[in-house]
Each structure stands twice: as C-alpha cells, then as structure tokens.
Design a binder for this molecule. Sequence first.
Ligand code: ADP
Ligand code: MG
Length: 264
Amino acid sequence: MSMLSISDLRGGVADTDILHGINLNVDAGEVHAIMGPNGAGKSTLSAVLMGRPGYYVSGGTVTLDGADILAMPTWQRAAAGLHLVMQYPSEVPGVSIQSVLIEALQRRGRDDDDVDALLATEAERIGFAPAFLARSLNVDMSGGEKKRNETLQLAVLQPKVAILDELDSGLDIDALRDCARRVEDLSNEGMGVVAITHYSRLLEELRPDHIHILVKGRIVASGGPELADVLERDGYAAFTGGDAGDEDASSDDASSSLDDLFRM
Ligand code: ADP
Ligand code: MG
C-alpha cells in the first residue's frame, strides 16, 4: 500500500467542480511532479488535500498510511504527516518561526528535540539568515526568504509527505537551487513529495521519479522525467488538444487569510 493514496478524488471550491477524479499513489522517498497549465486545478488539489476552508470533496478517498485523511481537520492532517508548502506563504505578525516549530514539534510528541540547535543547523544548510528565526513569520521577507523559511520548516518537521505548490514561484535561481536540493535530500531520506509546478526548471534540481500532467481537473498523462522534456519542447498543447488552458485564470491564492489558515 502506498504511503499517500489518492483515489478518484473529486471536488472543488465555492460551488465550482474543479477536480474530476484524481488518482495518485506516492510511496516513501518518491518525488511526483504534477504539472499543468494555469487554471488546471493544481492549487485546488493541494487545498483539498489539506482541507482548506471553502474547498469541498464530492467523491473519492485519500489515505496516508491507511488513515482517512479527508475525515480529519487540517491540523490533524498535518500532525499525521501531511505538509503543504503554499504558493504564497502567509505573513504572521507577532509569531516567530521558532515558536511555530516548538508548538508543532510538541504536537508531534517531539518535545525533547533540541529545537534551537536543529533550527541553527537547518538555517545554515538552507542559507537562511539566523536573524530571521526570531522575527515575525514571513513578514517583510523577500520571495526567496519566504520559501527558504518554508523549506526550513519542512526539514525540521520531517513530514511523511510534502506537497509543494509552486515552490519555484517568486524565487531567484540561488534560492530555488538551495530549496530544491534540501527537498531532494529529504526525499532521499524517505519523505514523499508531490511537487506542483508550472515550469520544468524546478525539476532540474528536484529530480522527479514520476511526472503527471493535470489538465482541467484530470491527470491526462503520466510518465517518467522525460515528460518534462516533452513539455519544455512542445508546451502543454500536446496534452490539451491545442487549448493551452486558462492562461488568464486569476487562480492564485494570494488572498489566503490567517482566518482561513487557522480555522478547523
Ligand atoms: P492552478 O493552480 O492549476 O493554476 P487553480 O486550482 O488555482 O489552478 O484553479 C482551478 C480553477 O478554479 C480555475 O479555473 C480558477 O479560476 C477556479 N477557481 C479558483 N478559485 C476559485 C473560487 N474561489 N471560486 C470559483 N472558482 C475558483
Ligand atoms: Mg496554482
């Protein structure tokens, strides 16, 4: 049985059906890339998996090591080992990453970890200035700093499966390399990865075992890393029947609010 098992998952946001039967199995240490044009439903998939308020499931199952993820509130999904790196990390004034991680480790029964030492080691490894550790989460940070911050959380918490929603968006090339390499290392230590991305440049550092093409809420093709080369050469046209998707979709979730994150 796969670690993360998604079967015929259907759902959407508000009153719009967006996912039309997603099947995906992620085993320990595997990196699955989900690629697709704007508006394909990539962020919706990550939101539905994590139980973001406003999103609904109308069919299918999702299990993590056999446990029914869809029956759990968001915090419990996280405690069970599912972790989402959001496309646009939220700013949390007055709360430091240090305090967030201490709480999160306690929830996971890892109170005994030397959090300070762990944070210092991981911050250095990801090229994240230690001064940020005591500052408000993501407040006044550049895109690259936010994603280094998110990657650091991943490295400290060591979830079973990480979902990365466009880890590469808003990142300069150095930060992209640092973050992708850290995730690659974590996957080599057994973490499963679902890497959602629009472009193949992330996959030059984070080597996928499998690539899936998501178009209009369905996985229309799956294959090995060579699929990224096909996309690089031909774009999404070969998979969309000439319709490259909704390039104008205002599908980004920049409007996510604190309220939204901490409900449930
Ligand atoms: P992707 O991440 O692949 O670019 P999204 O999952 O963000 O795509 O969006 C999929 C579709 O859902 C798009 O057509 C988008 O316009 C629509 N959508 C996103 N948010 C909402 C919403 N709150 N209400 C209705 N439709 C939405
Ligand atoms: Mg998206």
